[in-house]
Design a protein around this ligand. Structure first.
Ligand code: AMP
Ligand code: MN
Ligand code: MN
Ligand code: MN
Length: 280
């Protein structure tokens, strides 16, 4: 177990597809008793300044983080960069390019929706009103708000998921490149939510082999909402690849009461915590 430390190394603010501002996220985490929190927005570090100020005021330890979208054999993979230097010019340039990729993809998806007789321009405008980097989660919300689908999940099932009518594959940079950027910014690369990718057990092992060879050093062994069996599988994957373990709720939305910040995230004893090397 991760002892008494209440730690959560994977959360989102409204600088990407989270619902809370960075300050509100930190306030919620502090109120929930979280002692160490990483803000890991998709492809942006824009929320870290506000989160930092709020964390200092509340006595919470903030880990500067980011969740970067990468490509591995035509599969989109998310890599957490933890303890990164958000001022790193190379990282900032790379994240700027990720933002451009996201904006271009969103325009293409909305053009596709328009062809499907949905109000593409209106949906794009609804996404662009949002202060953070555009994600399909924003578009799913706009589709719900417009009465086109009942829930965000239905938006993914009907239009946005791989293989569906409005799916546009993003051309994310290669996994190896992304791990290199994280390491170049002084960070630790942790492979996020390993159970979320549709990969066979063999392909998952190859992914972990390539990730480790590229310089990735941690695996998100405990990811919000995952059952005990999944945690066990990930713990043995971490051990067999010599990876450290990270834990994270992947918190986006305070209304998702089944996925609270911190507390419930317990790393099995057999895995070395990634935070150990940071004196925690
Ligand atoms: P993107 O990074 O633009 O491809 O958007 C992916 C984001 O959409 C993820 O980070 C999730 O927050 C969200 N997401 C993915 N699948 C679903 C789903 N089935 N229902 C609701 N949200 C989803
Ligand atoms: Mn998300
Ligand atoms: Mn993710
Ligand atoms: Mn996430």
């Amino acid at each position: 177990m991760s002892g008494a430390l209440n730690i959560d190394l994977h959360t989102h603010s409204n600088c990407s597809d989270g619902y809370l501002t960075p300050a509100a996220l930190i306030e919620r985490a502090a109120a929930a008793g979280v002692e160490v929190l990483a803000l890991t927005d998709h492809d942006t570090v824009a929320g870290l300044g506000e989160a930092w100020a709020s964390a200092q005021a509340l006595g919470l330890k903030l880990v500067p983080g980011v969740e970067i979208s990468a490509a591995w054999r035509a599969q989109a993979i998310h890599v957490l960069g933890l303890w990164i230097d958000p001022a790193s010019p190379e990282l900032r340039a790379m994240l700027h390019a990720q933002g451009e990729l996201r904006r271009a993809r969103m325009r293409k998806i909305c053009a596709r929706l328009d062809k499907l007789k949905l109000p593409g321009a209106q949906l794009l405008a609804a996404v662009e009103v949002h202060p953070g980097l555009p994600t399909r989660a924003h578009l799913a919300q706009a589709l719900v708000a417009g009465g086109h689908v009942a829930t965000p999940d239905a938006a993914f099932r009907k239009y946005l998921s791989k293989g569906k009518a409005a799916h546009i594959a993003a051309e994310w940079p290669a996994l190896e490149e992304v791990v290199g950027w994280i390491r170049g910014a002084g960070g630790v690369a942790s492979l996020a939510h390993p159970a979320r990718y549709s990969l066979s057990a063999g392909a998952r092992r190859r992914l972990l082999g390539d990730f480790t060879a590229a310089g990735g050093t941690a695996l998100e062994v405990v990811s919000g909402g995952n059952g005990a069996q999944h945690v066990e599988t990930c713990a043995s994957l971490a051990m067999s690849h010599g990876l450290l373990g990270s834990v994270g709720s992947d918190f986006h939305n305070p209304q998702a009461a089944w996925n609270p910040l911190g507390r419930s995230l317990k790393l099995p004893d057999c895995v070395t915590p990634v935070w150990r090397s940071f004196g925690l």
